[in-house]
Design a protein around this ligand. Structure first.
Ligand code: DC
Length: 221
């Protein structure tokens, strides 16, 4: 039997930054499920699939094969055999993933893959529905959130650091829109699992959040 830790929360809450650090500290495998939805979104973008047409999405799903491999302990996403990991963080891909992840067939395509990964190693998996749906028996569930203003500011700083231009108000609007899409969809919406520990990182540093999660894990292991 392997341990599993589920970290769910809205876009920009810092899940992947935190999850990578915790996985390193506990020597767990980090599984980024958002990247899987993004890989599918990339396929829809590249093939100009009409996101409003569920039949077209369903037909496209049959042509998509998503695989996860690890290189130097870093997750790599293969889309029909092509390593697309470096293409997934674009805003356009994330927005498309938020829209297309509401479809049943898209979620079904990834659910088995996600559950199978949890059978192979101690894992820390992050996403939107891990504690509520993918791994309902996870040993520890964390709901990591922060106010939309704080999440927008973090994203804004990140973009400026990369030398890109950014509009803080627009970023916060986009974040709110994404929250709404992720929380209001019918299938496996983003919500805090009843047995999840709520961590609001609005006024916490990264190391503080990491320490809190590791402390919670020590209690349940
Ligand atoms: O965490 P992220 O920004 O990489 O995720 C991109 C989108 O994928 C997110 O807006 C909603 C969807 N997603 C999901 O529906 N379920 C998950 N477990 C992970 C992501």
């Amino acid at each position: 039997m392997f341990y599993s830790i589920a970290i769910d929360g809205p876009a920009g809450a810092g899940k992947s930054t935190i999850a990578k650090k915790i996985a390193k500290e506990l020597e767990f495998i980090y599984v980024d499920t958002g990247a899987m939805y993004r890989a599918m979104a990339l396929y829809f973008i590249r093939n100009q699939v009409d996101v409003k047409n569920e039949d077209a999405i369903n037909a496209a799903c049959k042509k998509i094969d998503v695989k996860i491999v690890y290189e130097n302990e870093m997750q790599q996403v293969l889309l029909n055999g092509e390593n697309v990991t470096g293409l997934l963080r674009e805003e356009e891909v994330g927005n498309m993933a938020s829209k297309t992840s509401s479809y049943k067939m898209v979620r079904q395509t990834l659910l088995g893959l996600q559950r199978d990964l949890a059978k192979t190693a101690n894992i820390l998996m992050d996403g939107r529905d891990i504690g509520t749906h993918v791994l309902p028996n996870a040993d520890l569930k964390i709901y990591l959130t922060a106010s939309s203003a704080v999440r927008a500011k973090r994203r804004y700083d990140e973009l400026l650091e990369k030398g890109e231009s950014a509009n803080l108000d627009q970023i916060e609007e986009d974040i709110k829109q994404r929250d709404h899409q992720d929380m209001s969809r019918k299938i496996a919406p983003l919500k805090q699992a009843e047995d999840a520990v709520l961590v609001d990182s609005s006024h916490m540093g990264i190391d503080e959040v990491v320490a809190k999660v590791v402390e919670e894990f020590e209690k349940v292991k």
